[in-house]
Design a protein around this ligand. Structure first.
Ligand SMILES: [Fe+2]
Length: 375
């Protein structure tokens, strides 16, 4: 069985390309997954409504951050009648992840009464890996961070806040990613920061993840250098399309790198912080980036190459502090997380397939130390 490095067709485009994408679906039944708040900003609401009225589009117009089984249920119900042959997902990682869930479950549940327990069971038992048709996805990322447009993973957050689920199958790769840096021009500073730090975490973690390889490392180093160069510049000049384009390119590279390796300790530590305290994913990942880097340094082959890039930008901790300045302080206390909550975070930290993907075994006591160091 061959396993290509990246099976997704990737195209860089512009706003005209987005309009063309929506309007050329005439002969194909298409599901648009894009929050109405977003379609209004980009002036595509009327085009989508016209397609819905003409009968060739369906529209999931509510795409909350961190989608739950309830959001998956709502989307599946919205799409049942149209039975689309493709999905165009326009938005951040959560939106593209929701589209992946619809792609994975629409045909799987065709003859069943869709309920939240049914979705939960399928997520837990990974029944979506049984052979069945998936719907083709065209992914249009609206932020420079998640990489979901070039990965086979989707995260669904437990509606009961007990755990998070990963839909993880090759069938979930988008057929095509259309990268439109103009879409990121309207991102607020805090979202620009958190998505940029998510991309940085993807690149750094792919570099040292257990299944890394030379190609992943080369791509990751380029992504890290670009993010450490351009993220502070973009935050100082957010309407600069050239800088936004550089961040879109870097996030795409980071996505391609961790698509081959999955993430490690930093992402694993981030999940309970996001689930229990609602902290943005990228900020939650970046909290432990410096401390985990130090722990991994000794055992990581070619570590010097990684740390040379960090040093070029003043070192990871200094760079993080300087980049976050004026937007957030990268400390648990700043985000209102109580010290007594640390034990609860440690308990939820050990996500299978992420923590054990770290090159060095990290024990619960060490996670506690890491969290206290960023309190
Ligand atoms: Fe991430």
């Amino acid at each position: 069985m061959y396993n290509p490095f990246c099976s997704v067709e990737i195209e860089f485009s512009n706003m005209q390309g987005l309009h063309d994408l929506i309007n050329t679906g005439g002969d194909k039944k298409t599901l648009i997954v894009c929050d109405v708040f977003t379609t209004d900003i980009w002036g595509i609401t009327d085009e989508i409504k016209a397609g819905v009225a003409a009968g060739h589009l369906a529209w999931v117009d509510k795409c909350p951050g961190n989608p739950t089984q309830q959001d998956v249920y709502n989307a599946l119900m919205a799409v049942k009648e149209l039975d689309p042959v493709q999905i165009i997902a326009i938005g951040g990682g959560s939106t593209i992840d929701l589209a992946k869930a619809v792609s994975a479950f629409h045909h799987l549940f065709k003859d069943e009464e869709i309920t939240i327990p049914l979705i939960t069971r399928a997520l837990k038992e990974k029944s979506y890996t049984a052979p069945h048709p998936f719907i083709d996805i065209i992914a249009v990322p609206s932020a420079a961070g998640t990489g979901s447009e070039v990965t086979q993973f989707a995260t669904i957050w437990d509606v009961d806040k007990v755990s998070k689920f990963s839909i993880d199958t090759k069938e979930n790769y988008a057929k095509k990613a259309v990268v439109i840096p103009e879409l990121t021009l309207s991102l607020p500073l805090r979202l620009t920061l958190s998505t940029g730090l998510d991309a940085l975490s993807h690149a750094v973690e792919s570099f040292w993840a257990k299944p890394t390889n030379y190609l992943v490392k080369d791509i990751a180093l380029r992504a890290i250098d670009m993010i450490m160069t351009y993220l502070p510049q973009v935050l100082a000049d957010p309407k600069n399309l050239e800088l936004r384009t550089a961040m879109s390119r870097a996030a795409l590279l980071a996505g391609m790198a961790f698509a081959k390796t999955r993430t490690t300790a930093c992402h694993s530590i981030s999940y309970p912080i996001t689930m229990q305290y609602g902290l943005e994913h990228g900020l939650a990942c970046a909290l432990s980036l410096d401390a985990v880097s130090k722990i991994n340094r000794e055992k990581t082959a070619l570590a010097d190459m990684l740390f040379e890039v960090f040093e070029k930008h003043g070192g990871m901790r200094n760079w993080l502090d300087a980049t976050c300045e004026g937007i957030v302080e990268l400390r648990l206390s700043y985000f209102g997380i109580p010290k007594e909550g640390i034990d609860g975070i440690v308990e939820g930290t050990f996500t299978k397939g992420r923590m054990d993907n770290n090159p060095v075994d990290i024990k619960p006591e060490q996670v506690k130390e890491i969290l206290l160091s960023v309190y």
